[in-house]
Design a protein around this ligand. Structure first.
Ligand SMILES: [Zn+2]
Length: 299
């Protein structure tokens, strides 16, 4: 009898050791971090490196992202990759970022705000994002470029950046589980990506250049808790997929900008300001979209 008990105890210990040696299942999470939707930011002086207001705003951006990273690791993430996604993409303070996270910094990058995403990630988050061009009461509303793009439609639907980028995540079957920014941004996330995406509003815009901020500690707490909650239920969130063929309509501010885009073979005109093209592959279509916007800049 005693022998049996000892045998049982040994088996239990052995099972425990085996369980301890089992590698933890991987839970890779991708963050695309923009700047206009970061707490405290209401003006482009705060998002432009040449301005003295840029330094503090970089820190706020880094702190917003860090709050999210803490929530993700608490929610079970085993790896977090952060892609700096604003302007020249060198905004996050590299040695101020949570040391557990990987950072993708600099530009240009083929997939731009989504560089580094692939099918090995289980979840994606958009932090510090902003509403699309032409949104009422939304801080620094624009779509990719304030001076070039009036609107972008994909398969007939106007897209904010969160939709264009969300479709890249969807291309790799990765769901967008959380967004952060102002109230208007969170509303657009629900309508484009679906109700499953958690929205954390850190500010409520009064207009394009004014907002009421949450108290700083509350904003960081909500970012952390939102990320944790979103990751715990990430399996229930559906990826946002644009079904091919993908028809892109790029409406510029001026006819001169559109005329440059029409130089590219395969790009046709819908009207004086709008370039149109289709592609069977969303990623290729997205890259052409970015190239046309770059071509038209300065026109
Ligand atoms: Zn930006």
């Amino acid at each position: 009898m005693k022998k049996n008990v000892m045998l049982l105890a040994s088996l239990v210990i052995l099972a425990g050791l085996c369980a301890a040696q089992q590698p933890k299942p991987k839970l890779k999470v991708y963050i695309s971090a923009d700047m206009e939707g970061v707490w405290g930011i209401v003006h482009s002086d705060q998002t432009s490196p040449e301005s003295p207001e840029y330094g503090p705003a970089r820190k706020w951006m880094t702190d917003d992202v860090n709050a999210v990273i803490v929530g993700l690791f608490e929610g079970g993430a085993t790896e977090v990759v952060v892609n700096d996604s604003h302007g020249g993409m060198r905004n996050l303070i590299a040695d101020g970022l949570d040391p557990r996270a990987f950072l993708i910094s600099g530009s240009p990058k083929t997939l731009s705000m989504m560089q580094g995403i692939d099918g090995t990630f289980q979840a994606c988050l958009f932090i510090g994002y902003h509403a699309k061009a032409g949104t009422e009461a939304a801080i620094l509303d624009h779509t990719i470029s304030s001076s070039v793009v009036y609107s972008i439609r994909v398969n007939g639907r106007e897209m904010p950046e969160l939709g264009l980028n969300g479709a890249i995540a969807g291309y790799f079957n990765v769901p967008v589980i959380m967004v952060s920014g102002d109230t208007a941004l969170c509303g657009q996330a629900k309508s484009v990506l679906g109700a499953g995406t958690v929205g954390v509003a850190v500010k409520d815009a009064v207009g394009r250049y004014a907002a009421k901020m949450l108290p700083r500690d509350d904003a960081c707490r909500l970012l952390k808790e939102g990320a944790k909650e979103a990751l715990l239920k990430c399996a229930s969130v559906k990826p946002f997929v644009v079904q091919p063929p993908c028809r892109f309509e790029l409406e510029f501010h001026t006819s001169g900008q559109a005329e440059v885009a029409w130089l590219v073979p395969g790009v046709t005109r819908a009207d004086a300001r709008t370039a149109v093209f289709s592609n069977g592959d969303y990623l290729e279509g997205f890259r052409l979209l970015r190239a046309l916007i770059a071509l038209a800049s300065g026109r």
